[in-house]
Write a protein that binds this ligand. Structure first.
Ligand code: ATP
Length: 671
């Protein structure tokens, strides 16, 4: 067990010198840095609190977990503090970077078995520790396995971790949708009975395949398709020609982890005793084999970024549409995907043969083409159809051997997965904050960083007080002002250009067109109150029991809210109520949508009967009236939701400001 360092790391930005960027997440940038008083190289994760304004709890939890965990295979935070509008988390510098980065730079087809056994054993030690202490990591993947210059392996990123002992909302959030699709266990997708530690074992198995092949199974496919494949197909394994190089014990280990029924998966402790790990070697072995000889992490990171930017530009020139870009983003494994249901469906439907052959594994592209030809998403209904089942070339490689009628399979599947998709794949504020000065500055900052390489000065956006703290909703700004550029900017741009449609359950008359000018940001975020937000996902309250609403204090929807200035009570007491109102609104909205659908169907039937001369025509006008009435209520509710969301954001921002300016830095960040 690693002993908590006796060293005292300073909690003041001026005691650190930031060098080059070595990593980037959704809301964080990681720098190599020097801790001046200790003369020690560290890594500093700089989180933009503005960008995370909806998930302060999540950040606090992540930092808390990082600080409290004490295991040599878990990345620990030395300390954390706020600097300007950022939270700085000081950590040990992992000079090798993540396994994903190493594979991308030097091992595109994966590592050899001994390396894999060594890496996985270290990761498993971390999981045994976490599970024993009641934590589920929920995001085990090569991108979160970091290696230092001595070959020490640490599991990172506790942003979405959960505690099995949590109660209340946090406990309920274990019934929701967290993780990264390719690595996500079927039971996490299904949301039927919640999930436990065994979800990490599935992700561990997928990570084993990722390390063996250089990419996770299904990684070429859009997220929606990954979900369906995981639920539908036989679990992936090491059963192919190219996998002949791997031992029986490795195949067995993967097979043991990738069992759909979580109860049949071994615990981390049991897995640790698997004979596969007899192949494992020392950290030094890892250092000699995969870390030594690599270019410095900052250089590799920069090169990968350039490569990715080139790919994006190429794809833009080739395909010029947002679906392809979104797919590209997906392929390169970045977080903050566009998880809007419509977009997922579009991604799936619009990927052309060219696009498929453009991605990895030319040997499988024909099979994939066939499969893409066959699997089409119906844009309106959210269901799937198999256009020509018989053409689907069985591909064991990606678990397609078992691909049959997806629609019937989905129909036989409990309704929850699709509901979950509808509720959870929302475009959040961080996806649509294109007009935020934060984004502009951050991009500038990054570019500067990239051009200058090692820099002795703070990147511009990190200089305290460089920008004003935003206090308004970012949504309307963005909706009206699309942004151009590459990378994040591009994502913002396409989001604005094609505002995400809500997940309507039918052809509703009030539905807005896909038109930038009509984009309604309030609508965009109205489904499901956010329980937890972590870059790649919003965990919504789709699973929250109605019981949870009993504490709500609100009357009938009146289309307006108390002005935020009249809310003199503390933010902490107001926020839960606002969230409750939001949830309630969402539920009511869903009910109304159902009613409208029902009425539409009835109206259709009546019209048919009228044509046949059997209908009492007098019955039609009241139905139409009622329908119109409901429609206007829906519009009204949407407006209310919009105001509520804005107010909630304003209140949260105020809360942050209070925390930062009035009470000083929150205690947990002053570690
Ligand atoms: N201590 C460290 N030393 C070296 N590199 C690091 C360190 N911590 C993180 N990185 C690099 O920075 C990247 C982003 O860090 P991290 O995953 O913590 O950010 P994030 O915002 O949580 O990202 P995401 O949400 O995409 O997982 C990592 O993938 C890794 O490559």
């Amino acid at each position: 067990m690693e002993h908590v360092s006796e060293k005292r790391y300073p909690v003041d930005a001026k005691d650190y010198k930031l060098y080059e960027e070595v990593g980037e997440g959704v809301s964080a940038t990681v720098y190599r840095a020097l801790c001046i008083p200790l003369n020690e190289t560290v890594a500093i994760k700089v989180l933009d609190l503005e960008k995370c304004n909806n998930d302060l709890d999540g950040i606090r939890r992540e930092v808390q977990t990082m600080t409290l965990t004490d295991h040599p295979n878990l990345l620990r935070a030395h300390c954390s503090f706020t600097a300007g509008h950022n939270l700085w988390v000081v950590m040990p510098y992992m000079a090798g970077g993540s396994c994903l980065h190493i594979m991308k730079s030097a091992y595109p087809d994966g590592f050899e078995e001994t390396v894999i056994a060594t890496l996985l054993r270290e990761v498993l030690k971390a999981l045994v520790y976490l599970h024993t202490h009641g934590h589920i990591h929920r995001d085990v993947k090569a991108g979160n396995i970091l290696i230092d210059s001595n070959g020490a392996v640490k599991l990172a990123d506790f942003g979405v971790s959960a505690c099995m002992f949590d109660t209340g909302d946090r406990q309920r959030s274990r019934n929701t949708f967290v993780g990264t699709p390719c690595w996500m266990a079927p039971e996490v997708m299904q949301q039927l009975h919640g999930y436990d530690f065994k979800a990490d074992i599935w992700s561990f198995g997928i990570t084993a395949l990722e390390l063996a092949h250089g990419h996770a199974p299904f990684s070429k496919y859009p997220p929606m398709k990954v979900l369906l494949m995981t639920l539908q197909n036989a679990p992936p394994g090491l059963d192919y020609e190219r996998d002949k190089r791997f031992s029986k014990s490795f195949k067995e280990l993967v097979g043991a982890c990738l069992v759909k029924d979580p109860k049949k998966r071994p615990t981390s402790e049991k897995l640790f005793k698997h004979h596969f790990f007899k192949h494992a070697r020392s950290n030094e072995y890892l250092a000699h084999t995969i870390v030594d000889g690599l270019a410095p992490l900052g250089d590799r990171f920069r090169m990968l970024k350039v490569k990715e930017a080139d790919l994006l530009v190429q794809n833009k020139a080739l395909y010029g549409d947002k679906e392809q870009l979104s797919q590209q983003e997906y392929i390169r494994g970045i977080s903050a995907w566009n998880f809007n249901l419509e977009d997922l469906k579009n991604q799936a439907a619009l990927i052309q043969d060219d696009a498929i052959s453009h991605v990895e594994d030319p040997d499988t592209s024909k099979k994939q083409r066939d499969i893409y030809e066959d699997v089409r998403f119906q844009a309106e209904s959210g269901s799937l159809e198999m256009a020509n089942q018989s053409n689907a070339t069985p591909s064991q490689e990606d678990g397609f051997n078992d691909l049959h009628d997806l629609e019937s399979s989905l129909a036989s599947f409990p309704i929850k997965p699709l509901q979950a998709l509808k509720g959870c794949f929302d475009v959040g504020e961080d996806d649509v904050s294109g007009n935020s000065p934060r984004t502009m500055d951050q991009e500038n900052g990054r570019n500067e960083g990239e051009c200058s390489g090692q820099s002795n000065s703070l990147p511009r956006h990190l200089i305290p007080e460089h920008r004003k703290f935003l206090s308004g909703s970012l949504l309307p700004d963005n909706a009206l002002s699309p942004k151009k550029g590459i990378g994040d900017g591009d994502r913002d741009y396409v989001q604005s250009k094609f505002p995400p449609e809500r997940n309507y359950s039918g052809p509703l008359l009030y539905r807005q067109k896909r038109d930038t000018n009509n984009s309604s940001s309030a609508e965009d975020i109205s489904d499901g109150a956010v329980v937890q937000r972590k870059g790649r996902f919003k965990v919504t309250s789709a699973e929250l029991s109605p019981k949870g609403l009993t504490n709500c204090h609100f009357g009938p929807i009146s289309g307006g809210l108390t002005s935020p200035t009249t809310l003199n009570v503390t933010a902490a007491t107001v926020l839960p109520s606002l969230q409750c109102i939001l949830q309630q609104n969402t539920m009511q909205r869903d009910e109304i949508i159902k009613l409208i659908k029902y009425l539409e169907q009835n109206l259709g039937k009546q019209a048919e009967s009228a044509e046949a001369g059997t209908c009492d025509l007098l019955q039609i006008p009241p139905a139409s009236l009622r329908e119109r009435e409901l429609q206007s209520q829906v519009i009204h509710l949407q407006q209310s939701i919009g105001s509520l969301v804005e107010e909630l954001q304003r209140q949260k921002m105020k809360n942050v400001q209070d925390l930062l300016n009035v009470n000083g830095v929150p205690e947990i960040w002053m570690i």
